[in-house]
Design a protein around this ligand. Structure first.
Ligand SMILES: [Zn+2]
Length: 380
């Protein structure tokens, strides 16, 4: 429990239910991605198994705790969605090593992390019928110690119908000394008959302060402002905050390019500075020559986002504004140039350039045309 960010009320309630021997057969931990549902399920399982637990946590050092912390206790079982490959993996156990590595590296992992880990971004992952036999087989095993067996079902909404019905039967007549922990971002996709057999635990979003502290704890080298920004933009998800920190470098570069483009368009359009026109021409040439199409499109998408953010910035509603501090500083001067008279056309020009580049148009011409449009539109 000690490594989990926030969620104190849930931790307290979990500990209390174990101490008082009111252990539910089945719980549903639901909530947005990256708020700690899986870490809570794992911590609860460990707390339940540890013989030396305190009022607030497992001891963390006994042999049972050691096995749990490596996700290798024989009474701890998992089911999760997998991608089936011809003559390849069929059940979760075939993927267990990968799953373990991912969860140990980041217990706040989400569905995207898992499809990436499996190398299956474009394929559908499911919990197949065969898994339900696996679940039954594992729960029929004699427990290793004299404690509970725990079955953690991650993303149970991905069970196919047969599997879901078999699980329902298990929940209707739960095997003795067994706890099911279902961990779901989409509980609305579960059968109502299954939900009615689960004790619900709604896991809420984290606060900005909790996320910021956790980021600085994990990466002490990260700057205060970066951590603050990532925490604010992550909307309560620690996973998202980590992702934002990773993408920070790329965005910084895109932002520098966006600033440069807009500054030069302004210089030509408003100040009649024709050196800046040459710079725009150079930019289009270099971008077309040196950047991949993906990179060009990434820039054009980023620019559309910036245009939108600067338009919103004018309304002085910080809660609606998703910009880093550096971006906001630029907006102080730049945002007034994005207004009702040009927002639609500007956005459309960038979107059109993106579409043309996707269709293999001549990138240099598309990008330079875009510069000319910006020169005209930014004056409006
Ligand atoms: Zn222990």
């Amino acid at each position: 429990m000690r490594d989990i960010i926030g969620q104190d009320a849930i931790k307290r309630e979990m500990c209390r239910s174990v101490q008082q021997g009111r252990i539910p057969h089945a719980m549903l931990l639901s909530g947005p991605a990256g708020v700690g549902k899986l870490p809570l399920a794992l911590a609860f399982a460990q707390y339940l198994a540890c013989k030396h637990r305190t009022d607030t946590d497992a001891c963390g050092t006994c042999p049972t705790c050691m096995q749990y912390s490596k996700l290798q206790h024989p009474d701890l079982h998992f089911a999760f969605p997998i991608v089936k490959v011809d003559k390849g993996p069929e059940v979760c156990d075939d993927y267990m090593a990968d799953f373990r590595t991912m969860v140990l590296a980041n217990p706040y992992c989400d569905a995207n992390d898992w499809t990436q880990t499996m190398g299956a971004e474009k394929k559908q992952s499911l919990i197949y019928e065969k898994e339900s036999s696996e679940i039954m087989r594992k729960l029929a095993l004699k427990s290793f110690g004299d404690g509970y067996k725990v079955m953690i079902i991650w993303q149970p909404e991905k069970m196919n119908a047969t599997c879901a019905n078999k699980l329902l039967k298990l929940l209707e007549e739960p095997p003795a000394m067994t706890v099911f922990l279902l961990v779901s971002e989409h509980p609305e996709m579960l059968l109502p008959t299954i939900i009615s057999r689960l004790r619900p635990i709604a896991v809420p979003r984290l606060s900005d302060e909790q996320i910021e502290a956790a980021l600085r704890n994990r990466q002490p080298a990260v700057g205060t402002q970066l951590a603050k920004d990532a925490a604010r933009l992550a909307a309560g998800s620690y996973r998202e905050a980590l992702r934002l920190l990773d993408s920070e470098d790329r965005d910084k570069q895109l932002f520098a390019e966006f600033q440069e483009l807009m500054r030069n368009a302004w210089l030509v359009g408003v100040r009649k500075n024709y050196d800046a026109l040459q710079k725009l021409n150079d930019w289009a040439m270099i971008m077309a020559k040196d950047s991949s199409r993906e990179r060009q499109c990434a820039f054009l998408q980023f620019a559309q986002r910036m245009i939108r953010e600067n338009f919103i910035y004018n309304y002085g509603e910080p809660a609606l504004n998703y910009q880093t501090t550096e971006q906001q500083q630029f907006s102080v001067k730049f945002a007034p140039y994005i207004n009702e008279r040009n927002i639609e056309d500007l956005t459309q020009q960038f979107a059109q350039a993106e579409a043309q580049i996707m269709q293999n148009a001549n990138a240099r011409m598309v990008l330079f045309d875009l510069c000319l449009q910006c020169i005209v539109l930014i004056k409006r």
